[in-house]
Ligand binder design. Sequence first.
Ligand code: SAM
Length: 316
Amino acid sequence: MTNADKIESLHRLPWYSVDLPVKVKDGKGMIHADERRMLYTLARDYYSGAGRIVDGGAFFGTSSLSLGFGLKDRDYRKEPVIDAFDCFIIDEYSVKHYSKPAGWFRKKIKAGDNMRFIYERNIAPVAEYITIHEGDLLKAPWKSGPIEILFSDISKSWQLNDHIIKNWIAALIPETGILIQQDQVQEYHVWVAITMEILSDYFEVIDYTPYSSMVYRLKSEIPAQLLEKCMSANVTKDEMEHYYLRFLERFRRVGMGRYTGWHLGMVEAGLAVTYGLHIGDLDKARHTLRQCEEKFRHIPDTMCRCAAIWDTIGRG
Ligand SMILES: C[S@@+](CC[C@H](N)C(=O)[O-])C[C@H]1O[C@@H](n2cnc3c(N)ncnc32)[C@H](O)[C@@H]1O
């Protein structure tokens, strides 16, 4: 298959018509069935072996499992081409939300404990495809060459975003490299949207795969200077506003405007977060949040998210 054929096949969004292996479908984890389908399909039908596959933010293993089963189901040679990264320290939220049914962890586990044993248990059927990198990502410079599929579900701060740009995005293969920004469609991780707008001449939007993944193809090599421009220290407050507003416009058009409702609500609420928590303009943040509540008053999910932002920025 030529590169042009491969790219053409992506535009048909083949993942929506794929049946998942039961273990991938039922695996306990944070990503949605459509995201699992997308990762599985990319590994099974798109991946060429020209570079590595990165699973950034592995947690209990559903993203690794989706990618690994994609390789297994095409009978890919047994090599650890997937690099999975996580500190494997479980937090309060995950202990609370993932401990059911009782006994599933198979041992007592509390916030701050190591959860790598859960990851290893879950990915066992595809372990031969995976290299595990345990520890703080910020202390793990990338040294493994070109990346063909980059799944980023670990961009939880400006600092991590900087690391991802410098280490992983810089290694993405031009023309065929795929970047999945799983943190982008969510109101708090606004640095991802700002970065992707700065880089918008270099990336083609392929899909928004619910719940949170923006899927991109890298069209051509990104100049080092532009990557440097994306570093948090180099993004001005005016640029934050400009680029976030541009993403909002882009997201309204994604899927021909199909993703309205609570999907769009997350992105709209992100504008208030951008003003309030990153630009430091609380008046604009409150005004934006009021507008958001007005627009999304019939969408409970958005209203809950807005309430949480009010708690953070205060009503003034
Ligand atoms: C949203 S979860 C990933 C979900 C996973 N992709 C799935 O399929 O269920 C994000 C993960 O990032 C990890 N993480 C966050 N910050 C990190 C850091 N600085 N270094 C290493 N891992 C980190 C957390 O431990 C968590 O497991």
